[in-house]
Design a protein around this ligand. Sequence first.
Ligand code: SRM
Ligand code: SF4
Length: 539
Amino acid sequence: MTDTATTTTSLNKFEKFKAQKDGLTIKSEIEKFAALGWEAMDEIDREHRLKWVGVFFRPVTPGKFMMRLRMPNGILSSSQMRVLAEVVQRYGDDGCADITTRQNIQLRGIRIEDLPDIFNRFHAVGLTTIQSGMDNVRNITGDPVAGLDADELYDTRELVQQIQDMLTNKGEGNPEFSNLPRKFNIAIAGGRDNSVHAEINDLAFVPAFKEAGEQGSRGAEEQNFPSTHSYQKVFGFNVLVGGFFSAKRCEAAIPLNAWVAPEDVVAVCRAVLEVFRDHGPRANRQKSRLMWLIDEWGVEKFRAEVESRLGKSLLPAAAKDEIDWEKRDHIGVYKQKQPGLNYVGLHIPVGRLYAEDMFEIARLAEVYGSGEIRFTVEQNIVIPNIAESRLEIFSTEPLLERFSINPGLLARSLVSCTGAQFCNFALIETKNRALEMIKALEEDLTFTKPVRIHWTGCPNSCGQPQVADIGLMGTKTRKNGKTLEGVDIYMGGKVGKDAHLGTCVIKGIPCEDLQPILQDLLIKNFGAKLKQEALVINS
Ligand code: SRM
Ligand code: SF4
């Protein structure tokens, strides 16, 4: 390993405990922990190293752990969903699951003594939680309608799976990448609408065609450039690097000035991760994400180091990428490229599911579709492969009353992080508050278009307030001599084509005073109208 990782004397406490015992070793100790019980466990194993197998100690609910899965490209089968439902069901009222902002799912209420059985069940249906937390690569996101969308440029499913297999040794755990300086996010966009938020990932691939002759002075063969004899354009990806959010700093990803053919994507991921692993800063945890290394080196040096790991030159980026659509939310019924088939997007309010919901989703996917289920980064579900002739009856299913295919224009775009119910970083409660607020706003206002409101419980920004039309970030604020839960308000986040991050426009609004302020913002900036006013105009 690295110069920075092993030789510096100013290692932070996380680097120290990682050096003492690699997080992945925890995998072979699960039986022991189950027998021991959570209270008797070594504190660092319990609170940190267990995250290497996706098990998160929750100080808010001690003894009831959270499990974070990996869902490459956000895709799972009905039998996998059923196993997840069974695990959650065991915990009754305490058990639930959350679809995450990385097309993934987390289960709650898990007891340490049940882990061996849960891992066996996961293994039997090809599910893994490996390396889903701490200093590992997070769930790799891909286009939620990959392989279904007639307008897609590239079906991202296989590539995403290949990257996950490389990074995790097919879900068994890979010590090559289990000690990064910090977390790392990877996304691959396959459509024209950037449905993965490429710009907020440490490493992202966005569709881009190379024009014949754009490959520069060196010849195609020499560059491993696919033959252009019969095509004017060759498909590949422009590479973005360094996007991230943290409490200290948020940055959109910047171009690496590299274009890669699909068959080189896995190797490029490996090369970038090796550079980050071996040279990324490890002294200060607040300054350890990839962008800090790029700052230190400059993007040219970083690119050169990636080329050296790759063992060949990178081609310069294509002149433009193909992200030229507004972002879609996939809620509702859409025709697939396969004639006669449709995909249907269900709105899952703030991503929260209970066991009976999960069983029911699995049943609907089997009865009406092909048994496949997909997650979106907006914490919703897509059921693909529903025949035209089955749509009408599908739309009468009782579950769709709660998980609507035609929700209100505010509700449909609502996203929320976990918040104070389960997260000890939270400065405020988010999910329930977000739902109540949307209900109240939809009661008072009419809308002509969706407005994307994202809630996040603290500056870590898991709920991505910077990509929202209106982002709400939890904070503590003072009013009449009292400390209250409040929010900082972000605006101007743009997704899809020309994506850019929003910024903080108002600070420290007490949550109890928020509703009229949001109402005002929605009227002034997003064309909302008071229902009373609309009635007067219409009469
Ligand atoms: Fe996150 C830490 C939840 C997406 C930035 N995040 C946490 C922890 C693990 C903190 C903790 O131990 O309690 C949260 C677990 C709470 C819980 O019980 O659920 C947590 N993050 C989430 C999820 C579940 C939010 C959600 O409701 O969807 C998302 C899980 C994604 C997944 O499936 O892996 C989630 N987190 C994100 C994102 C969004 C994204 O990836 O697009 C970000 C911002 C993007 C980024 O990382 O650059 C994000 N989470 C953070 C950070 C700040 C990272 C940093 O560099 O400082 C932390 C804190 C940390 O890592 O030290 C954090
Ligand atoms: Fe927890 Fe903060 Fe992330 Fe919300 S943003 S899940 S409160 S760490």
